[in-house]
Design a protein around this ligand. Structure first.
Ligand code: GAP
Length: 530
């Protein structure tokens, strides 16, 4: 699939626009248009329905307890000190001293070219910017070939291994050329850069009033752990979910909406007993992978990948990335991380806030209380494990924009019908922005009246669209591009037998459905799990 074609379609049909486009845009920010907002809303609604209101049964068939929260974007800055974001939420960046282009150091790959196997001094250092090592290796080979052709390096040169730019100095003091095509400038040493957006609360712009736009929704959940526990009757294990905006001042936003500076997350913090945490880690990993499959990511472009020990975030005991092979990269890229965060966050917030964020297992205590007849011993036993402890957390953390982008990539198809190429967005019906288009075959013989009546009836239940402009074939094509699963045509037979023609977007099959059962048929098509 050609990414440029998808981007053009998204703009032309109103899925995604560049933010502030009439002023030249702003890098890393995107707006969703009329079709895009419906698509992304359906993604978030499907997630909320399937994970919060109706999560699949647990590993032992038990009901999953899950509630939601909706927290402020700006929180007390101490939250971000406790979470480790103030001290460590950083990437390394490098700048070209000549063209001033800025890069994320781990996305710049370099390779020495040697004339002799034993030499440590390269005749040339090649540098490229890439999403991953596979893409880097392709780009480095192409660059090597180009230089050989131009006779800038010898034909029989021996390539070294392409690796990301080290944060601290190049091996043997090699130069650091800028990867921008045509630029012969040098890169600076890597510098640390904190990704949090800063702002000031109140009128005075000083250190004391500095605050941050949240870089993840997760911390709002952790700091409300006690509130949720005290205001509900939840018992472990249970989850708290949140969908909302997050902000990261990414050094180099890339690949359309994939890496943006403002995006939405769909996160669950699932609190459980430490002894059961591996069981729940496996459960959530499997649940999350199958959710994507059920929503139409059927292809082998989806894969789970267990992170290596050296990749793990400071808080994580284990993480599985759910990845999708986007058309812009050689290797699958992260859609979601399912992380085992252990007791890290609650421990940190307890330490920094001075509040008690432990959990007391009343059931276990009731079971064992008779073992502690002495009130002092009982009091002491109640204050520690196995009765009082900090729960462990499993965190499935998904990106609403990333999944929306994957849905767009997966849906984009070109096929040929009767010798004519059509572009069709094969969205899962639950995610499709418009569920059905109501089309009077011709604008006469009473058809528009009936079509309008049907439109009004269906509109109360589904997002449907009325279109009476142009030939029926052209109207079908417009709906195919919007990804509308069904076109409902009111034709000559409708006047006689109160039925309509339903055309399926993917199979192009047509069949007749009585008016009376249309809404029920649509509900069937939109049912979760189909
Ligand atoms: N609470 C854990 C956390 O935030 P993360 O891996 O940094 O983990 C989770 O982010 C998800 O948020 C990612 O898998 C991705 O889908 C989305 N995400 C992260 N950074 C993003 C960005 N710059 N643009 C779009 N989505 C992003």
């Amino acid at each position: 699939m050609d990414m440029e074609k998808l981007v053009a379609l998204c703009r032309r049909r109103g899925f995604i626009f560049q933010s502030s486009e009439i002023y030249g845009g702003i890098n890393g920010f995107w707006d969703y248009g009329p079709l895009g907002v419906e698509l992304k809303k359906n993604v978030k609604d499907a997630w909320w329905h399937d994970m919060v209101h109706n999560p699949p049964p647990g590993p032992d068939g038990q009901e999953i307890a899950m509630v939601g929260v909706d927290c402020a974007v700006i929180m007390n800055p101490k939250v971000w000190e406790a979470s480790g974001h103030v001290g460590g939420f950083e990437d390394y960046m490098v700048d070209c001293k000549k063209c001033r282009k800025r890069y994320r150091a781990d996305k710049v790959f370099f390779e020495g070219e040697f004339t002799d196997e034993n030499s440590s001094t390269p005749v040339e250092v090649l540098v490229v910017e890439a999403n991953d090592s596979k893409e880097a290796s392709k780009l480095l080979s192409a660059e090597r070939e180009r230089l050989i052709k131009k006779k800038k390096i010898p034909k029989n040169v021996i390539p070294g291994t392409g690796i990301p730019l080290p944060a601290l100095g190049m091996p043997g003091g090699w130069k650091r050329p800028c990867p921008a095509p045509g630029c012969d400038g040098e890169l600076t040493e890597a510098r640390r850069f904190n990704l949090m957006f800063e702002t000031y609360v109140g009128a005075v712009r000083d250190e004391e009033n500095k605050a941050y736009l949240r870089p993840e929704t997760a911390q709002g959940i952790f700091v409300n752990f006690r509130n949720v526990l005290d205001s509900t009757r939840l018992k472990l294990p249970f989850g708290i979910a949140q969908v909302g905006k997050a902000f990261r001042n990414e050094i180099n936003p890339r690949n359309y909406t994939f890496r943006s500076r403002e995006f939405e997350q769909m996160e669950i913090e699932f609190f459980c007993h430490p002894d059961e945490s591996m069981k729940w880690y496996t459960y959530w990993r499997d649940v999350r992978i199958s959710w994507y499959t059920k929503l139409g990511i059927q292809s082998d472009r989806l894969r789970p990948r267990e992170q290596g020990k050296d990749e793990l975030a400071h808080y994580s005991i284990g993480t599985t990335d759910v990845e999708y092979l986007f058309p812009f990269s050689e290797e699958p890229q992260e859609l979601e991380g399912v992380a085992h965060r252990g007791a890290y966050d609650l421990t940190q917030h307890a330490k920094h806030s001075g509040k008690d964020l432990t959990y007391f297992d009343e059931e276990a205590w009731q079971r064992d209380a008779s073992k502690y007849p002495d009130p002092k011993a009982a009091h002491e036993a109640k204050s520690k494990a196995p009765y009082r402890f900090i729960p462990h957390v499993i965190e499935p953390s998904a990106g609403a924009d990333r999944f929306t982008l994957a849905v767009l990539c997966e849906a984009y198809t070109e096929d040929t019908i009767e010798g004519e190429t059509r572009t069709v967005m094969r969205f899962h019906p639950r995610l499709a922005p418009i569920k059905a288009a109501i089309l009077p075959l011709v604008n006469k013989e009473g058809m528009p009246d009936i079509a309008h009546r049907l439109y009004r009836e269906l509109k109360a239940q589904f997002n449907v669209f009325y279109d009476d402009k142009g030939a029926i074939g052209r109207r079908y094509r417009r709906q195919d591009e919007a990804g509308t699963p069904w076109c409902i045509t009111i034709d000559g037979d409708t006047l006689k037998d109160q039925t309509v023609t339903v055309r399926d977007r993917d199979t192009l099959k047509q069949w007749r459905v009585p008016f009376a059962s249309l809404a029920e048929e649509m509900r069937k098509m939109l049912r979760p799990g189909t």
